[in-house]
Write a protein that binds this ligand. Structure first.
Ligand code: HEM
Length: 199
């Protein structure tokens, strides 16, 4: 299996796969298949994919260790960047299409409504990760500090799940499922950390 992950076609293939949700959204938009409230559908779709990619990027390390698939690490950065990309599309949709840069509404939403504050926090935590995702940044910061900074991904995922939970529109179970995945990832991290300390 590791040979597949390490092949030179693997990265472009995963990149294209990550863009598939966007292509499908564009097709559904073009074919008028997004329902009556298609703007809301776009907001929810991009928000969901941002969170899915974020959680997926956090799954890479446990999967790599548990399954012995070291080659998977090649995709972690790319998947994390896709999470940020979909998060930006999602936020841009709100600023541009939803409230059309009405600063009065934006100020009110982002300062008073806890749901928006959590969403903004999630995106703000992802921004430094995206900004330091290239090799030169890793060299410049040093591996340890870079890894420490990239723990922010957990904070971003927590804020994303809370954001979804506070939205209160979708069935309550969906954010709970995301929360359970995140909980399992944090538990794995905790157990791994304790075992390493004990060893
Ligand atoms: C400035 C940042 C953000 C703003 C202004 C924002 C705004 C919104 C809005 C307006 C909705 C409701 C859509 C609707 O039902 O009409 C929403 C839902 C959602 N957002 Fe965000 N968001 C932000 C960042 C994020 C980030 C970074 C993530 C993921 C990590 C995220 C994940 C979600 C999810 C999962 C939903 C619920 C989708 C559903 O109902 O199925 N958001 N957001």
């Amino acid at each position: 299996m590791n040979r597949i992950w390490n092949s030179r076609f693997a990265k472009p293939a995963v990149f294209l796969l990550c863009l598939l949700p966007l292509v499908l959204l564009a097709l559904r938009w073009h074919n008028n298949e997004l329902g009556i409230n298609r703007l809301e559908t776009v907001a929810r779709y991009t928000g969901n994919w941002a969170l899915r990619f974020l959680l997926l990027s956090l799954c890479i390390t446990p999967l790599r260790r548990l399954l012995g698939q070291n080659g998977l690490i090649r995709f972690r950065r790319m998947i994390g960047l896709q999470a940020f990309f979909y998060g930006c599309l999602h936020a841009l949709h709100y600023f541009w299409v939803d409230v059309q840069w009405n600063m009065e509404i934006i100020r009110e939403d982002l300062t008073i409504r806890r749901f928006f504050i959590a969403g903004m926090l999630a995106l703000a935590l992802m921004a430094p990760l995206a900004a330091t995702s290239f090799n030169a940044a890793v060299r410049w910061m040093g591996g340890k500090r870079w890894q420490l900074l990239h723990r922010l991904a957990y904070g971003a995922a927590m804020a994303g799940v809370v954001h979804f939970f506070w939205q209160g529109k979708a069935a309550l179970w969906t954010p709970i499922y995301y929360g359970m995945v995140l909980g399992a990832l944090l538990l794995y991290r905790g157990v791994y950390w304790i075992r390493q300390r004990m060893a």
